[in-house]
Design a protein around this ligand. Structure first.
Ligand SMILES: CC(C)(COP(=O)(O)OP(=O)(O)OC[C@H]1O[C@@H](n2cnc3c(N)ncnc32)[C@H](O)[C@@H]1OP(=O)(O)O)[C@@H](O)C(=O)NCCC(=O)NCCS
Length: 147
């Protein structure tokens, strides 16, 4: 429930919960003295294999650090932790979406090794309507890193 304070959207939250139950989605939270500072999810398999194919490539998303704690290295730590886990699970690549105009995010991802731009996408595979259909969104770049 506390995580919903960072973010809650009915059908999408249910979509995430379903994928966590089947272990297709993993998530990490960052806490300090019982306070939730951030979260990051990974999907191992999605309908578009460029994002996640269940074997070689996994997709990172819903990456958030509480506004009061940004710019102190927490996001980078969370990202590195998730990448370490994926490496252990045998994945070779991680992907992440980033709106081109989000310069600070783009800088963070490039610095973290997401150097390849796979393609530009206008649909968010992890944000769905009441029928489970992915919703359209602002264009963003799908970035990839070898892990
Ligand atoms: C994207 C996001 C998760 C990054 O988290 P973060 O904790 O701010 O990330 P970091 O602190 O690791 O890195 C951000 C910047 O802080 C700098 N930084 C790292 N450690 C630092 C420290 N100890 N002190 C000061 N700055 C530091 C980094 O160098 C980086 O600088 P840059 O702007 O030159 O690239 C966070 O900004 C966020 O929640 N944004 C809103 C949601 C969002 O856009 N999510 C991504 C798409 S879903």
């Amino acid at each position: 429930m506390e995580m919903c304070s960072l973010w809650y959207k009915k059908h999408t939250s249910e979509f995430f919960a379903r994928h966590m139950e089947t272990k297709n989605a993993l998530f990490w939270t960052l806490e300090c003295e019982g306070k939730l500072l951030g979260e990051l999810y990974v999907f191992k398999k999605l309908s578009d294999k460029d994002f996640a194919d269940g074997k070689t490539t996994a997709y990172l998303c819903a990456f958030r650090i509480h506004p009061s704690f940004r710019g102190q290295g927490y996001g980078t730590k969370l990202l590195e932790h998730a990448l370490g886990r994926l490496r252990k699970e045998g994945f070779s690549y991680a992907t992440i979406g980033c709106e081109i105009a989000e310069e600070a995010n783009m800088r963070l991802y490039r610095r973290s090794g997401f150097l390849k731009t796979v393609k530009t996408v206008c649909v968010d595979l992890c944000d769905v309507d009441e029928h489970g259909k992915p919703l359209d969104c602002e264009p963003y770049a799908l970035l990839r890193k070898k892990i």
